[in-house]
Write a protein that binds this ligand. Structure first.
Ligand code: BGO
Length: 267
């Protein structure tokens, strides 16, 4: 059986450029089931047994847009062997919001930091090793446009796909949240794979009904969620979102060296 790799990233991160560079003319275009969102698949140029599925451009795995629902349904139901997550290196902070969520799916992830040509031209620096350590996944710098680093990124994704081993995400929530997630995990139906338990627990805590309805048995975590909300004086979804942003801003602090920090906008 061939290897399935999903290409995921924010709109405008360079996903189409990378997809075209990796697959060339080996592409098939269709629609995602039941919706008119375009689905593109292609075979890796030098490795025809590797299929790359281009997911819709998304900012999050929340249930609020059709593109996000299509993308996450694919990731949950089809479980690709690896995710190649393209992020715009000139907009790292915003792009990593999706990355933190992809890392919770228990699928191996390679983060390809794109637009590295622009980052360098601006005189900025991204420290890849600390970024990889903070996220707990492979990180490669690429330029999809100039076609640098892309073979290495794809080869790493193929290599991880063959091992099927995802590392636990580097990001941990605050102890109150981790406690409630652990409690929710004990209630999940037994058919949910171990590697996906964390993703499901977070989604149930966020009251994501669409995810809850895909589970083989109903789980009621309302009392647990309410208790945590009262303790932290914030609604569950905001708790998760804010903690993700705090984590990302600490990563940016360590990993992104801006040449001109005080550059002021003149527009
Ligand atoms: C235009 N480096 C640079 N410098 N640009 C890149 C890179 C890179 O590594 N990768 C992508 N781009 P998409 P989504 C454009 O189209 O692949 C550029 O949405 C223009 N077009 O060329 O479409 C890429 O699929 C006119 O830029 O992203 C594209 O994720 C002027 O980033 C844009 C300037 O890439 C988005 C740029 C008519």
């Amino acid at each position: 059986m061939g290897i399935k790799i999903a290409l995921a990233g924010n709109p405008n991160s360079g996903k189409t450029t990378l997809f075209n560079a990796l697959t060339g003319s080996n592409q098939f275009v269709g629609n995602w089931p039941g919706v008119t969102v375009e689905k593109k698949e292609g075979r890796l140029k030098d490795q025809k047994d590797v299929t790359i599925t281009d997911l819709p451009g998304i900012y999050s795995l929340s249930p609020y847009t059709l593109e996000e629902v299509v993308a996450r349904n694919y990731l949950i139901q089809e479980r690709p062997d690896a995710i190649l997550n393209i992020v715009d290196g000139t907009n790292l902070e915003r792009n990593l919001y999706l990355t933190t969520q992809l890392l919770e799916l228990g699928i191996p992830v390679v983060v390809a930091v794109n637009m590295i040509d622009v980052v360098k031209k601006n005189g900025d620096q991204i420290h890849l090793q600390p970024l990889a350590e903070a996220l707990s996944c492979e990180v490669v710098a690429i330029s999809a446009l100039k076609q640098t680093g892309i073979k290495e990124a794809a080869a790493l994704a193929v290599q991880l796909a063959q091992t099927h081993k995802a590392l636990p995400p580097g990001h941990r929530f605050s102890s109150n949240v981790e406690t409630v997630l652990d409690q929710i995990i004990t209630q999940l139906p037994s058919d949910i794979p171990l590697a996906m338990q964390r993703f499901y627990a977070i989604k149930l805590f966020e009251r994501d009904d669409k995810i809850a309805s895909t589970m083989s048995a109903a789980v009621n975590v309302e009392a647990l969620t309410k208790k945590t909300e009262e303790k932290l004086d914030e609604d569950a979804e905001s708790i998760i979102t804010n903690e993700r942003y705090n984590f990302i801003s600490s990563i940016i602090h360590q990993c992104y060296a801006k040449k001109n920090k005080s550059r002021m906008s003149v527009s």
